[in-house]
Design a protein around this ligand. Structure first.
Ligand code: HBI
Ligand code: FE
Length: 274
């Protein structure tokens, strides 16, 4: 695939969407030497901006685990973080070229391997990026994989995903991912906090999700999340609040097969339905 110089500048790293370098399971190697000084500086700026606004807004589990990512001044080596993570919860990190199809994505999660996109956004995308990049995947997702209960939840989600794939129910299960792993809120000591990676890696949505009177916040309920559509190009209008990671894990214990059959007959909720 040709490199678009307008997007990639002088960087020698492979372009986003270059899946030619990926193995059959969609994993690739993190070409660490290809990151430019500008790439590392951008990671540092993103990290500084996000970490400064965590107190009072992010889950304490997330805040406590964040330093385990290592130095904030440069893009981490995935292998180093992976080794630390493996010692903590037996999860590993693998590099991927970007979004991958559902079946291989679920297979990795079911095997306690978290796919991390290996490229970083451009400086022009400092405030907003459509696809996940290494900052979203690492900063947003990896800290909570150091939490044993949350880590088990993500694995169980992957196992459920493989089953949903066979049942043609990925859309319903993807909503559960969206409203928990990406945009979940949690109540900690009576206060609302964010644990979803999409919120935690967003410059503006963190304060909005936790504090704004605008969006509605519903108690986490599997049936309702699976019936609720979501927007990918704006802040969420509905968030779901869990009481604990234990509750999250317990809610996903049942086999969803009969639930999918039941939900197919029910109407969906719009992203902003009350
Ligand atoms: N691939 N790399 C990557 N990261 C994701 O978050 C991701 C994906 N493929 C599929 C996918 N997410 C969604 O279908 C999940 O909801 C279920
Ligand atoms: Fe994500």
């Amino acid at each position: 695939m040709a490199v678009n110089p307008a997007v990639y500048g002088a960087s020698t790293r492979p372009p986003r969407g270059d899946y030619g370098r990926a193995a059959d399971d969609y994993t690739c190697t993190q070409d660490y030497a290809a990151y430019t000084a500008q790439d590392h500086a951008l990671y540092h700026r993103l990290y500084e901006r996000q970490s400064a606004q965590l107190p009072g807004l992010a889950s304490q589990h997330f805040i406590d685990a964040l330093p385990l990512l290592g130095a904030k001044e440069r893009i981490p080596r995935l292998e180093e973080v992976s080794e630390r993570l493996y010692r903590a919860t037996r999860w590993q990190l693998v590099a991927v070229p970007g979004l991958i199809p559902e079946a291989p994505f679920f297979t990795l999660l079911a095997n306690r391997k978290f796919p991390v996109t290996d490229w970083i956004r451009t400086p022009a995308e400092f405030d907003y990026i459509v696809e996940p990049d290494i900052f979203h995947d690492l900063f947003g997702h990896v800290p909570l994989l150091f939490n044993p209960v949350f880590a088990d939840y993500v694995q169980r989600y992957g196992q459920g995903g493989l089953k949903a794939h066979q049942l043609g129910a990925c859309e319903m299960l993807a909503r559960l991912y969206w409203y928990t792993i990406e945009f979940g809120l949690i109540r900690e000591h009576g206060a609302l906090r964010a644990y979803g990676a999409g919120i935690l890696s967003s410059a503006g949505e963190l304060a909005y999700a936790v504090r704004s009177p605008e969006p509605q916040r519903l108690p986490l309920q599997i049936e309702r999340t699976m019936r609720t559509r979501y927007k990918i190009d704006s802040y969420q209008q509905t968030y779901f609040v869990t009481e604990s990671f234990e509750q999250l894990f317990a809610l996903t214990a049942p086999d969803f097969t009969p639930l999918y059959a039941c939900l197919r007959k029910l109407p969906e909720f719009a992203a902003d339905a009350h």
